[in-house]
Design a protein around this ligand. Structure first.
Ligand code: ADP
Length: 724
């Protein structure tokens, strides 16, 4: 009955699968065999018994071959063993044809406690050879595969193998009597266990952890024992108290005793579970405890990194996995991706580093359940629908790609925040139902914790961003205000200088010319008149210089001013210095300053520059040196050191006061001693020099000065590189 039912059930689950078909055939064999077996003990005549025996052995002939057929299909080696399968069927048919003859059962005789038992014919011996032959061969195939496999399939094979060995050995008890050995037949009972074990193994994808089964069994056993002790106690005590169990007092006492029994049984059951878990199933116990603890801890951390670490480390360590990791959603750039938050044990180059929003993630989002890779292959195999099967295989492929054997969704509402990716258990055991339940609970909690952490981080970031923006804008405003202030100051300075330096010469010129106009000059001698004219001329020249300085300064007063090497020529510094020297000889002579120009014998390398600008810079330096020196000496030196051309302008003039040293390159800046000595300066000369020199790539200017002793300015410029 059991085997007929199971056979039909498995066929009903998926009638297209060859595995299910062969298993159903095998069930049919077992049923055929056992059915007449049940009738046989009731047979009164030797003829009836013989008929039942013969009927039974038709089924029996097919059991080993159907079983072999099923094993071959199940292990997916049918193509390789095809001939053997055909051969086995041929054997079974040949044998069953011999059953009605005396060649199989020679006759019926009383044996042991049985009224009738069969005497073996020659074909029966052959049947036994076939029976054990296929039994051992199938067992060998299963065992071989068992050693190769890991995970779920290994577990399934284990179940089938245990069932098979139990029942075949049990079934073989049926054969002893045939040969006159007095061992009674237990075949039926064992055969059923075989069928049940096998069916369980192929039906259930998620096999129960053996430890869980044993634990449950032990708890029932303990409860049963308690009930038994209680019962025995009553049997002894009742007659002592009330003479008989059936007395009226005894029955009334039952009203008190029964509730006591029920309550104590519950208590006992609870204690039994606790003790068992603590002493015998501590790993199971521990695991549960850890997960509960982890769930509680998760809520205490607002920090995402810590949460991820906690999840990955705890799962990996407590379940003893070879690898574990968490991927988190990343929506940057408008594309949804899942990126590693933390992984241990994965080869990152194999695809886990970046999971796109794909089949896998959609499936996890939809089902919100753990996804076990091994199960997918089995599901794909067993589903009748081709499209479903393809989808499942796709999913399996995705998981293989990222080396995952189990994926858990991290959900917040409908959004998939991330994926927990796990490898295999180090023991090679598959994930049990228990594992999956606990992991599901954990991933739910983790999803919530991660979402909280993200929201927390986002609000914190937002705050930071806000602070940063405010700070940025404040500093920008401050900078602008400072800039404006500077501009205003410059404007003031400019107006100051302009009014003073432009106005003074202009008013002198105007005054002198008006004297010529109103005829007051006519009274003066020609020579005096000449002096006035010279003075006017001199003032206009100064005006000219100041105006040129102002124009030049405004021209180069910008951050972008650069001597562009592309638009520059190669220039001989010697020529430029010579020209400056020639121009300023006269001024030096007027001021009784000796002007020297020292050029090295060997020409220095040329430099890339704009000759006009560079001449202006050196002119200003030498002009200053002469201006601020009274009856002294000004010397211009030129040298080449490495890839640099160095120009030094020495003087032994008034020097620069320490207080003004860091300002003299600024626009309109003049030291007090300079103003006293020479009133008409613009304070723009050095500003222009510095700008021009520093507009050369690698160009620099510096000075040393001692008040009252003299000053030396040093200019360094890079030589033009060969080929440029
Ligand atoms: P200006 O010469 O028109 O005053 P510059 O910008 O050329 O303006 O010079 C700025 C200031 O640097 C001068 O006013 C002066 O105080 C100081 N300075 C420049 N060169 C010399 C020098 N050779 N000796 C002493 N002081 C100098």
């Amino acid at each position: 009955m059991v085997s007929v039912f199971l056979g039909l059930f498995i066929l009903w689950r998926n009638h297209k699968s060859k595995i299910n078909q062969t298993f159903a055939l095998f069930c049919l064999g077992v049923a055929l065999w056992s059915f007449p077996y049940i009738l046989w003990p009731f047979a009164n005549t030797a003829g009836d018994a013989l008929r039942d025996f013969r009927l039974s052995y038709i089924g029996a002939c097919f059991i080993p071959v159907f079983y072999f057929h099923f094993v071959v299909r199940w292990l997916d080696i049918y193509e390789k063993k095809k001939t053997m399968v055909y051969l086995s069927h041929f054997w079974a048919i040949a044998l069953s044809l011999a059953i009605p003859t005396k060649l199989f059962i020679a006759g019926m005789v009383p044996k042991f406690s049985m009224k009738f038992w069969a005497e073996p014919g020659i074909f029966f011996h052959l049947y036994l050879v076939m029976f054990f032959g296929y039994f051992f061969y199938s067992s060998y195939l299963l065992f071989r595969k068992f050693r190769q496999e890991t995970g779920l399939k290994k577990q399934q094979i284990k179940f089938v193998l245990i069932g098979m060995i139990l029942s075949f050995l049990g079934a073989s008890t049926n054969y002893f009597l045939w040969y006159g050995i007095n061992i009674p037949p237990y075949g039926d009972i064992f055969a059923s266990s075989f069928v049940i074990f096998t069916a369980y193994a192929i039906l259930r994808y998620r096999l129960m952890d053996m430890r869980v089964i044993v634990r449950t069994f032990l708890i029932y056993l303990a409860d049963g024992m308690y009930a038994y002790v209680f019962y025995s106690f009553l049997i002894i005590v009742y007659p002592l108290l009330w003479g008989s169990v059936y007395s009226i007092y005894a029955v009334l006492a039952g009203l008190v005793v029964t509730p006591i029994f029920v309550v104590t049984l519950f208590g006992f059951d609870k204690q039994a579970k606790r003790i068992l878990d603590k002493y015998f199933f501590y790993s199971l116990y521990d695991f549960r405890k850890t997960i509960t603890k982890l769930s509680a801890e998760l809520n205490n951390y607002p920090d995402l990194d810590k949460i991820i670490n906690l999840i990955v480390d705890t799962i990996k360590d407590t379940m003893g996995l070879d690898r574990a990791g968490v991927l988190l959603i990343d929506k940057s750039g408008g594309i949804v991706r899942y990126k590693i938050a933390k992984v241990i044990g994965f080869d990152i180059t194999n695809g886990i580093s970046l999971v796109k929003d794909n089949f896998l993630t959609r499936y996890l989002k939809q089902t919100a359940k753990p996804l076990v890779r091994e199960e997918l292959a089995l599901l794909a195999r067993d589903t009748g629908n081709e499209k479903d099967s393809r989808n499942l295989l796709n999913l399996e492929h995705e998981m293989m790609h990222i080396e995952a054997s189990l994926c858990l969704p991290l959900l917040s509402g409908k959004e998939l925040l991330g994926i927990i990716v796990l490898g295999f258990k180090n023991t090679g055991d598959p994930y049990t139902k228990e594992d999956l339940n606990l992991l599901s609970t954990l991933s739910n909690q983790a999803g919530i914790a991660i979402n909280n952490a993200r929201l927390y981080a986002e609000s914190k970031n937002f705050n930071k961003l806000l602070q940063k923006q405010v700070a940025e804008q404040t500093s920008e405003l401050k900078a602008r205000a400072e800039h404006l202030e500077k501009l205003l100051k410059m404007r003031e300075e400019f107006l100051d200088i302009a009014s003073h330096q432009l106005k003074t010469p202009v008013s002198v010129i105007r005054g002198t010319i008006s004297m010529f106009k109103d005829g007051s000059m006519d009274k003066l001698p020609k020579e005096e008149q000449r002096k006035f004219l010279d003075n006017i001329y001199h003032k206009t020249e100064k005006l000219n210089v100041i105006i040129a300085d102002i124009l030049r300064a405004s021209e180069i007063d910008s951050e972008d001013f650069k001597i562009d090497p592309k638009n520059s020529q190669k220039v001989k510094v010697e020529n430029i210095l010579q020209s400056v020297y020639d121009d300023l000889m006269e001024l030096a002579a007027e001021k009784q300053v000796t002007l020297e120009l020292n050029l090295p014998k060997k020409p220095v390398p040329m430099i890339l520059t704009s000759a006009d600008f560079l001449e202006q810079a050196f002119y200003n330096l030498v002009d200053n040196a002469i201006k601020y020196t009274d009856k002294g000496r000004v010397k211009i030196d030129l040298a080449n050191v490495g890839d640099e051309v160095i120009v030094k302008v020495f003087d032994n003039g008034i020097g620069i006061p320490d207080a003004d040293k860091n300002k003299i390159f600024e626009k309109f800046s003049r030291a007090a001693n300079a103003v006293n000595m020479y009133a008409d300066g613009s304070g723009l000369g050095l500003f222009i020099v510095k700008r021009i020199i520093e507009a050369h790539p690698g160009g620099s200017i510096g000075f040393e000065s001692q008040l009252g002793k003299g000053t030396v300015f040093t200019v360094k410029l890079k030589t033009a590189k060969a080929g440029s």
